[in-house]
Design a protein. Structure first.
Length: 591
């Protein structure tokens, strides 16, 4: 939860007002938090034979009035250094600096999903907000002649711009998604030497964009943004992509590094936009210092009260172990063997309930006061019940080995009850037990076999039959010999009529999920020895593929062909050769 809180605290953007680089976040600074920001933007731009190195320095303050509202105020200064790239005038340079604008605004939000900033932040939040801002430049530029040629010059003197933006944030730790869309009505250029607007008009702008903040631990965020700015006049637009990294100390300090790239060429560019003179790259550096001016006082919780309780039997006066519950809170307690308990609980009015099997429950309304003790001595009365008529049914069946289908001597247990266990007959495998009507969880086990547990339902006057086949528990070095897997002569394809034999192996391996086995193929001595070895390998691999298709992990299976080298019967008879043509499974590891 603390990591989520670190992610959702806001920091001042390069435009002042909380956000990232070119975008605002819907979330605002926490209440009574004051932040100072200083951000520097630098770009190198070429115009013919001249190169310009332009910087913007933004300085401002942002203040969280209340958790969903902040205000900000700041100023921007610029500097411009120009020099010639031409061979014939290498020493021609120019430097100037001045005011670019003074700006301010407010930002607010409403939570659509999740509440306002609290001690416990939800994992997912959706915030929707708005931004209203203005910017103007009342100062005379330092280079008046260039203004006549470049109306979007950084130091241009102009009437106030007014901006309105809609904002949306999606916060899903460790990711924040920012969405912005808005409109900027730009003021006219002031005439040189006059305070009355009357110069050239500047086109209004439509701007929108989206960005991601990714938390990489508690002190680092990666920032990704895309923003588009469209001018209403002639519809040029500027599409900007941004990438950066923010280092932060929560609620105290942040340091930003980033880069912007404009995807448009210089002929399709919005004048006086974020890239003032059409450069392709822009570099960012900045920091924010913030502090809470007035700390919120945490309300002290009232001290708890105590319910001192003792419960006894009404007739015998013996102490009782009873359950004490409070419906409003879901809390539940139990008295000790002496029938007593002291319960610490917050002040308030509670409905207390005392309950014990075989006794009538008792309820009472209790008022608990801070730092006070309520002593309660009470009794419970036994519940008189008529002895019910026992209704029964029969549970019967057989227990046998899964593969061999031979009867087993097994133990049948009824879990969670006091019913004695029974055993199946070792010769026939049959078992039988009369049980009360109800549902039981039955466990059947036998030496050397994996136990099986299943539920049964006993109905009045009916016989419930369950025939159980237990799978043998495989031990290391144990072998399973499959005879009768008859492959076509000279082939390794498993005939479909052999599938039921292998399906039993699948069930055995699924039940013994902790074992690894070697699948070995064997042949008789008819034919070439090398051919028989290769054929046995292919047949073992075919069996492995069949088992994998039926859900057995291939990492549990290895294959090996032995050809005619390990006969288990003489190859001089037809019966002996049939026994030697076999597939064996050998347990090679148990976990």
């Amino acid at each position: 939860m603390s990591l989520i809180l670190l992610l959702t605290f806001s920091y001042v953007s390069f435009s002042t007002g909380s956000g990232s680089f070119n975008l605002y976040s819907a979330r605002t600074l926490p209440m009574t938090t004051l932040a100072f920001n200083a951000h520097l933007t630098a770009a190198r731009q070429n115009f013919g034979s001249r190169s310009h190195f332009v910087t913007d320095g933004k300085f401002g303050f942002t203040y969280g009035v209340v958790d969903p509202l902040e205000i900000y105020l700041g100023a921007t200064v610029y500097s411009k250094y120009a020099y010639s790239n031409a061979f014939f005038s290498p020493d021609e340079t120019e430097f100037e600096m001045g005011w670019k604008n003074i700006y301010g605004g407010i930002k607010f939000y409403l939570p659509i999903v999740g509440g306002f900033l609290q001690e416990e932040e939800p994992v997912f939040k959706w915030l929707v907000g708005g931004h209203i801002g203005t910017a103007f430049n009342p100062f005379e530029p330092t280079n008046k002649e260039e203004i006549l040629m470049e109306t979007f010059y950084p130091g241009i003197r102009h009437a106030p711009d007014f901006a309105l933006d809609l904002l949306s944030d999606l916060e899903i730790y460790p990711l924040l998604v920012h969405l912005n869309g808005g409109y900027v009505k730009r003021g006219k250029i002031w005439k040189t030497g006059s305070i009355i607007p009357g110069g050239e008009s500047r086109p209004s702008l439509i701007r929108f964009g989206g960005g991601l903040e990714l938390a990489a631990g508690s002190y680092t965020r990666f920032l990704f943004e895309v923003k588009d700015i469209i001018a209403e006049e002639d519809n040029p637009d500027t599409l900007i992509g941004s990438f950066g990294i923010r280092f932060l100390v929560p609620r105290t300090f942040s340091f930003d590094l980033g880069v912007d790239y404009v995807f448009n060429d210089s002929t399709d560019f919005v004048p006086d936009a974020l890239f003032d003179e059409g450069g392709q790259w822009r570099y960012r550096l900045g920091f924010t210092i913030q502090s809470t001016l007035i700390e919120k006082k945490k309300e002290e919780k009232p001290k708890k009260g105590v319910i001192s309780l003792m419960v006894t039997d009404q007739e015998t006066n013996e102490p009782l172990i009873v359950t004490v519950s409070f419906e409003e809170t879901g809390l539940s307690y139990q008295t000790g063997e002496d029938g007593k308990i002291d319960i610490e609980i917050d002040p308030g009015v509670y409905k207390m309930k005392l309950s014990k099997e075989g006794y009538l429950p008792k309820e009472a309304s209790i008022t608990v006061k801070s730092s006070s003790t309520i002593s309660i001595n009470t009794v419970l009365r036994r519940e008189k019940k008529e002895v019910p008529v026992v209704e029964t049914g029969i549970f019967t069946g057989t227990v046998s080995a899964f593969r061999e289908e031979t009867p087993l001597l097994a133990k049948i247990e009824f879990l969670g009850t006091e019913i004695p266990s029974i055993a199946s007959d070792g010769v026939s495998g049959v078992f039988k037990k009369e049980l009360e009507v109800g549902t039981y969880n039955v466990r059947i086990s036998a030496d050397g076999y994996l136990p099986e547990t299943f539920p049964i339902e006993i109905k009045k006057g009916e016989t419930t039959i369950k025939n159980v086949k237990l799978v043998k528990k495989l031990e290391k070095e144990e072998k399973i010999v499959l005879q009768g897997i008859n492959f076509p002569s000279g082939k390794a394809t498993i005939p479909p009529d052999q599938y039921p034999i292998l399906d039993k192996v699948v069930e055995i391996l699924k039940a013994n999920e902790n074992v690894k086995v070697e699948i070995s193929g064997h042949t008789d001595s008819v034919g070439d020895e090398a051919y028989n070895l290769r054929l046995s390998e292919l047949r073992a691999e075919s069996v492995k593929n069949y088992l994998v298709q039926r859900g057995i992990s291939p990492i549990r299976l290895t294959t090996r062909g032995y050809g005619e080298t390990q006969p288990i019967a003489p190859n001089t008879t037809r019966e002996g050769r049939w026994q030697n043509r076999r597939i064996e499974f050998k347990v090679i590891a148990t976990e």
